[in-house]
Design a protein around this ligand. Structure first.
Ligand SMILES: [Zn+2]
Length: 229
């Protein structure tokens, strides 16, 4: 793998934000997939190495993302940016290939059934999938709070409002959930069965959940996303 980090530093910051959203899902999905002993993207069982690299990418992203984003805003390469790029590409790439995908990417794929979200990047939609997966897992409150706080600071969406949807869009959310749970989807690599109804409930819940965490932590309210036509 060869990446010119000056090119990354010169690119619009939103591209790096999106890459962070995609890479953050790696550990969330790899650990679920390992728990389920599901088949990985590389076609076998998860290796300890793949799962460990996925976790390492999560840690490096948490330590470096905010500094790396500031470096890109200034168009400069710093050690934080170098570390983040390694985590976002090499570690996350190996982690998902040899660790496995689960609900987050399946929900991303499901979101393609909602035309409202079409203008968003892959990483933005994956981030909605990651938070929804944490809800499906019944993840500890502290973990969900950290995820919402961190991704809000990074500039990733964690509410339906920010992807052009609302909890009242029942039909759209049902279409998303149906697409996310088709037989071939990686949501079935979760360590427990997940139905379309579970996904509708989890997706609906993230609006109030994220808004209340953001309010508690003094973070900005979500800004409505409007698809360009
Ligand atoms: Zn992805």
């Amino acid at each position: 793998m060869l990446i010119d980090t000056q090119l990354v530093a010169n690119a619009p910051v939103q591209f790096l934000v999106a890459g962070i959203g995609d890479a953050l899902a790696t550990w969330i999905e790899a650990r679920a997939s390992a728990k389920a002993a599901a088949t990985t993207m590389a076609g076998g069982l998860a290796t300890q190495a793949g799962t460990a690299l996925a976790e390492l990418s999560w840690r490096i992203i948490h330590e470096n993302a905010l500094s790396a984003l500031d470096a890109v805003r200034d168009g400069i390469v710093t050690p934080a940016l170098e570390s983040l790029v390694e985590a976002n590409t090499l570690l996350s790439g190996l982690g998902f290939e040899s660790g496995g995908l689960a609900a987050a990417h399946a929900i991303h794929n499901g979101l393609t059934a909602a035309p409202q979200t079409h203008g968003l990047t892959h990483g933005q939609k994956v981030n909605i999938g990651s938070l929804t997966q944490l809800v499906l897992e019944g993840a500890p409150r502290a973990e969900i709070e950290d995820f919402v706080e961190f991704t809000t600071r990074v500039g990733l969406p964690n509410t339906l409002t920010e992807i052009g949807l609302s909890p009242d869009d029942t039909r759209a959310l049902e279409a998303v959930a149906a697409a996310a749970t088709v037989e071939s989807e990686t949501i079935h690599s979760m360590p427990f069965p997940v139905t379309a109804d579970d996904v509708v409930a989890a997706l609906t819940s993230i609006e109030r959940l994220s808004r209340s965490i953001r309010a508690e932590k003094g973070l900005p309210e979500p800004v409505e996303y409007e698809a360009a036509h």
